[in-house]
Design a protein around this ligand. Structure first.
Ligand code: ADP
Length: 319
């Protein structure tokens, strides 16, 4: 049993970015200038998105991060706070600007993204130490790779020491030391990241059945990762749980059929939803089923944080 008052608490550690998006007919070639036909500034960053998704789905979420003392920082603090996220551990940097993602999207939805880490790059193990009270009460610690690996490692260690479930979203992909893999209770990857992590290994086709994933489960387990979620876009996801009883170690989670209009940030919605449901006591497979609905609903609206569903929306779809 979790001590009184700790059930459901989630600490999300990582990035907050302002997404600066230009829409255009086609993406420019190197050296070329093209005209855009629209511009938007939206709150983003993987960790801010994951925190908002988890909070809207009923999680008690603290975000540990850094923004600059500027208008983009103020926008991000307002957006995360209005979703119910505790932002008291988001540091305002006087030396670095808020992180930005400069995004171009063409008429087919194809995009190019350049990220400037800004204040996210200043997040350090000292920020993890400063947030020790939040880690001590955490049921789930949710991490991604948009801040330095040493910060992620410090957060994973703090979560582990507190007895929390450490959920690592290996995105954007980077090689991680085995020590970080060992501290990760649940790894969350898309199919491309899964393949890269396993040394450019072949992963089954997105519509392959559960049995086809057995070699992948074994490869992850050999790397010390016994609980892995692989997202497969419109094809749903697969749960690889080497700690489950034989016969139920692989679960294919069917996609939730929706009319998708914008899948940007669907992966973050999925991750936030998994964090919320693990904190609520769900099994990995139950959390993935719930997250499948939440991420699909997020894809039915343009944008990221503003498009993320509330828990009632998911429950209505599940009913
Ligand atoms: P990422 O954006 O990180 O690569 P995915 O594309 O795998 O992640 O999407 C994450 C999850 O979002 C999927 O596992 C699925 O549950 C959901 N999802 C994404 N695209 C769609 C879609 N077109 N229809 C329904 N669900 C989707």
């Amino acid at each position: 049993m979790t001590p009184e008052g700790t059930a459901g608490r989630i600490v999300v550690v990582g990035s907050l970015n302002a997404d600066l998006t230009i829409y255009c007919e086609r993406l420019p070639l190197p050296g070329e200038t093209v005209h855009g036909n629209g511009f938007a500034v939206n709150p983003g960053g993987k960790s801010a998105n994951q925190a908002v998704a988890a909070s809207k789905l009923g999680g008690h979420v603290s975000l540990v991060g850094a923004v600059g003392d500027d208008a983009n920082g103020a926008m991000l603090l307002a957006s995360t706070a209005s979703a119910g996220v505790d932002i008291s551990r988001v540091r305002s940097s006087s030396v670095a600007a808020t992180g930005v993602a400069v995004i171009s999207v063409d008429a087919h939805g194809e995009n190019n993204i350049i990220i400037s880490a800004g204040a996210n790059g200043t997040l350090s193990p000292a920020d993890i130490t400063a947030a020790a009270d939040a880690f001590d009460r955490a049921a789930v610690v949710c991490l991604c790779l948009e801040v330095s690996l040493e910060t992620v490692a410090a957060a994973a260690q703090a979560g582990h020491d507190a007895g929390a479930t450490v959920l690592l979203n290996l995105s954007p992909y980077a090689e991680i030391p085995q020590s970080l893999a060992d501290l990760s209770d649940v790894l969350l990857v898309n199919a491309h990241e899964a393949s890269l992590f396993l040394g450019d290994a072949e992963v089954p086709d997105a519509d392959a059945d559960a049995a086809a994933w057995e070699p992948v489960r074994l490869q992850f387990a050999a790397r010390g990762l016994e609980r892995v979620l692989v997202t497969l876009g419109a094809h749903g996801s697969v749960v690889l749980d080497s700690q489950a009883a034989a016969g139920s170690r692989i679960t294919r989670v069917a996609p939730t059929k929706v009319n998708a209009v914008d899948t940007t940030g669907a992966g973050d919605a999925f991750t936030g939803a998994v964090a919320a449901r693990l904190a609520a006591g769900d099994s990995l497979a139950e959390a993935a089923s719930f997250a499948s609905v939440a991420a699909a609903l997020a894809a039915t609206k343009k944008g990221t944080q503003a498009a993320y569903p509330a828990i009632e929306d998911v429950e209505r779809r599940l009913a």
